[in-house]
Write a protein that binds this ligand. Structure first.
Ligand code: 13P
Length: 279
């Protein structure tokens, strides 16, 4: 069942949990996400980051399949554009039937980020979709540590949310995308302050590599959407390597795809169970 980002985050709020947001880059990945969510009987966000993954599969093709399979799912699914940074791709996603979009203007000066986010919010509204936007910088893959200056300022976040009317805020409080080079140190108080001052659900990016305990601490302080991808892709790669090493004779691509899908499903199921935050 396809539902909007706002509605899926309302479910998370009512249960003091976070909805997992997994990035799709293949049919196997999409199936792994939906199968894991159905087995866990949990809502899930299926998202596509065109800026990062458009080179592997075009938005126009994978987007259609994401919407179709989300619609058929037995659990609530939001199909979401991750890190949208231009209005063309955002509009393309909305035309395909995405029910959530993220506008990422975090690299822009504050005023420009506000203006563009407002425009993206109006666009999403025309389609009945919801919007996530980002303030502060999460840092990129391979970054050793986040820099304090890039952490989201709660007071500024309050103004940002008031001026843009967004449904969820991606905030920087110590996570980075990709593999962590050193143990992440999260600023839990910042999450609490952002949540309190803005009144909207907080989104964590860079979920791979965060401990189960830290996930729970973040959820208890207002994180309602957790973006998670790199570990699923890495563990699937490890499973394929193992399978290839154990295979004598021909290695067939269809078997490789099934191995990848099963591994991703396992990783996604494990993450969903933690994000349910059941005590
Ligand atoms: P990881 O790939 O680090 O888990 O983060 C995913 C993400 O934040 C997508 O926006």
């Amino acid at each position: 069942m396809l539902i909007t980002l706002k509605n899926i985050l309302d479910i998370a709020e009512s249960k003091n949990m976070a909805v997992a947001a997994f990035n799709a880059t293949s049919l196997e990945g999409i199936m792994a996400v939906i199968e894991a969510a159905e087995e866990e009987n949990a809502p899930v966000i299926l998202q596509f980051a065109n800026a990062a993954h458009g080179k592997y599969v075009p938005l126009e093709k994978i987007g259609k399949i994401m919407v179709m399979l989300a619609d058929e799912a037995k659990v609530p699914v939001c199909v979401h554009m991750d890190h949208g940074n231009n209005f063309f791709e955002i509009k393309t996603a909305l035309d395909l039937g995405f029910t959530g979009i993220m506008y990422d203007g975090s690299a822009l000066p504050f005023k420009e980020n506000v203006a563009n986010t407002r425009y993206a919010a109006a666009l999403a509204d025309e389609y009945g979709a919801s919007i996530e936007a980002e303030l502060g910088a999460m840092g990129a893959e391979g970054v050793e540590d986040n820099i304090m200056g890039a952490y989201t300022d709660p007071e500024l976040a309050k103004i940002f949310v008031e001026e843009t009317g967004i449904d969820a805020l991606a905030a920087s409080f110590g996570t980075v995308h990709g593999i962590y080079k050193s143990e992440p140190k999260l600023d839990f108080e910042r999450i609490e302050n952002i949540r309190e001052l803005t009144g909207v659900p907080v989104v964590m990016h860079g979920g791979s590599g965060i401990s189960d305990e830290d996930f729970r601490r973040c959820i208890d302080r207002g994180v309602r959407k957790i973006n998670f991808y790199t570990y699923a892709a890495k563990f699937a790669g490890d499973a394929i390597r193992k399978m290839a090493e154990e295979t004598s004779g021909n290695l067939y691509s269809h078997d490789v795809f099934v191995t990848a899908r099963e591994s991703m499903k396992q990783t996604y199921g494990d993450a969903i169970r933690v994000f349910k935050n059941e005590k």
